[in-house]
Design a protein around this ligand. Structure first.
Ligand SMILES: *Cc1c(COP(=O)(O)O)cnc(C)c1O
Length: 245
């Protein structure tokens, strides 16, 4: 497959800029740059852009093979169409009647937002004889339109939420309130890290919660400074794509 020079150049420039912003945030916060992984959110990208992106991003010292989608059907169809080496991340709301798609295609489900969904995923993963890596989505900011466990609910129910043998609970995910100023997102990110630390300090065997999925195009530097290990970046990667592409 050949892509236009202008498409490849723009994708490479966008990726380089995101990488530089990530590195700078790691430096500022004294974290090694391999402590934070880029999940490239492809929900608004055409499949041909993704193929071109994989060509520019898939080689070199830090290949990007983590792609995120917010709709399970689109994730499943793209997973069938694109190379099997891609690790697919589901980052949007999952309905219980689509857990089969998540179990079949996802490397990590970020958006597990209810106890009933946990149980449905556990049952489906058992059927598929797989242990599915997941994060619990937390509504730290308390906005009514957001999905996710409230911090209080998570703290109250945590011991029972971790009793799902076919799920591998790897951490927490949150979305900050939409705002132009990334500093307004920082308390949400800090709140998620502090919640994680409190849950880990309970010392439940096997429960380590190493991952914090937080930060998007507009605010991922603040998220990295507050401890993000996975940043979900979409629009900054697909910016200024030439119209012919
Ligand atoms: C779309 C989306 C992102 C990426 O947002 P950008 O602002 O495009 O970087 C991250 N997380 C979730 C849950 C999303 O739906």
């Amino acid at each position: 497959m050949t892509f236009s020079e202008s498409l490849l150049n723009q994708l490479a420039a966008n990726l380089q800029q995101v990488r530089q912003r990530m590195h700078a945030a790691c430096l500022r916060s004294g974290r090694p740059s391999d402590a934070v992984r880029l999940v490239a959110v492809t929900k608004t990208a055409q499949v041909e852009w993704i193929r071109a992106f994989l060509q520019v991003a898939g080689s070199g010292p830090e290949p990007v093979i983590d792609l995120g989608e917010n709709r399970p059907q689109q994730l499943a169809s793209r997973s069938r169409e694109l190379p099997p080496s891609i690790r697919w991340h589901l980052i949007g709301h999952l309905q219980r009647n689509k857990v089969d798609l998540a179990v079949a295609h996802c490397s990590l489900v970020h958006s597990v937002d209810s106890e009933r969904l946990l149980q449905a995923l556990n049952a489906e993963a058992a059927k598929a004889q797989r242990r599915l890596p997941i994060l619990l989505e937390v509504n730290v900011s308390g906005e009514t339109q957001k999905h996710g466990f409230s911090p209080a609910e998570l703290e109250a129910r945590f011991e029972s939420l971790v009793q799902n043998p076919h799920l591998d609970l790897q951490g927490l995910m949150t979305m900050a309130p939409f705002a132009d100023d990334p500093e307004l997102a920082r308390p949400t990110f800090r709140g998620l890290r502090e919640l994680r630390d409190r849950l880990v300090s309970r010392g439940i065997p096997g429960v380590h919660l190493p991952h914090l999925s937080m930060g998007m195009s507009g605010d991922f530097e603040a998220a990295i400074e507050e401890g993000a290990t996975l940043v979900r970046v979409g629009s900054a990667l697909w910016d200024r794509i030439p119209p012919s592409a």
